[in-house]
Design a protein around this ligand. Structure first.
Ligand SMILES: Nc1nc2c(ncn2[C@@H]2O[C@H](COP(=O)(O)OP(=O)(O)OP(=O)(O)O)[C@@H](O)[C@H]2O)c(=O)[nH]1
Ligand SMILES: [Mg+2]
Length: 261
């Protein structure tokens, strides 16, 4: 059964130096049907993104801003956004990048899928029908490798577990112990899916076309890649004993072989 999400969805957009993108992005998000509210979590961007965000919020009660003291990482920015969104009573807490890699208009598909009973919906590059445009081969290799490791060593089913375009039902974020999530950066994305799957939440993927950013600079550093590897090893060894993983992996293979191509 489809649901009406009007006024109950919050899009959380973490920003660090996104002055070329933020105004256009917020304009497109606020033009979507269903009165989707926007929360910008800015980490004192030196390029003035935070001031631009304040200007947008001053003219639109559906736009909110959290300012943090410095660059504290993508994962903690999501956590700050979730805490705000839960306290404010939103039913659907969504996340996306500020750089137009995720199309604002595709949010409709994520919310519609959530309305069909999925607890977490991922805007997925690797679901059938998904696509990546303009990415370099080293970036593709990093993305494929991270996903392969997450599937193989953590038994994660979702095809795209490093995607930042997501929609969580509030029950997910009320259930998962966000304080226990140790990743502060990009690997937060893998860790969240891992905990959602283990908690038994229904995870869906809708295909998206991911377009590599054309404005502003990437914030992914080599250290974020090493931290993602560490996250997989840490989750693997602390949260999953070997015997459990083997059973988990066998069930995961069986489920994937049943998925439509
Ligand atoms: N608040 C906050 N936002 C961040 C931080 N690091 C990255 N971001 C934002 O998180 C989103 C994703 O960062 P990107 O640099 O686009 O990373 P990516 O999309 O994985 O990499 P590219 O494909 O190279 O763009 C963007 O909106 C960034 O501005 C951070 O430390 N704090
Ligand atoms: Mg990006």
């Amino acid at each position: 059964m489809a649901v009406n999400w009007s006024g109950s969805a919050l899009m959380i957009v973490p920003t660090y130096n996104e002055c070329e993108n933020i105004e256009r992005l917020v304009t497109r998000l606020r033009a979507l049907p269903g009165n989707v509210h926007v929360l910008i979590v800015d980490d004192a961007s030196p390029d003035g993104t935070g001031a631009l965000a304040d200007g947008l919020a001053a003219h639109d009660p559906g736009v909110h801003v959290i300012h943090r003291a410095g660059k504290l990482g993508l994962g903690t920015a999501y956590k700050a956004g979730f805490a705000y969104g839960l306290a404010a009573g939103y039913q659907y807490l969504c996340t996306m990048d500020a750089d137009f890699s995720h199309s604002p208009e595709a949010l409709h598909d994520l919310l519609a899928t959530a309305g069909h009973g999925y607890d977490l919906v991922i805007g997925s590059r690797y679901a059938p029908g998904g696509n990546v445009v303009g990415s370099t081969w080293p970036r593709k290799l990093v993305s494929y490798s991270a996903n392969w490791l997450a599937h193989t060593f953590l038994g994660i089913d979702a095809r795209d577990c490093t995607a930042g375009f997501r929609c969580y039902r509030r029950q997910v974020l009320e259930t998962i112990d966000l304080d226990a999530i140790f990743s502060s950066g990009y690997s937060f994305l893998i860790e969240m899916i891992f905990h959602c799957q283990r908690a038994g939440f229904r995870i869906g993927e809708t295909p998206i076309t991911f377009v590599n950013r054309t404005e502003g600079a990437s914030k992914i550093s080599k250290s974020e890649i090493y931290k993602a590897l560490y996250t997989i090893v840490r989750l693997r060894t602390r949260a999953l004993p070997w015997e459990q993983l083997i059973g988990f992996y066998q069930r995961h293979r069986a489920r994937r072989s049943e998925l439509p191509e």
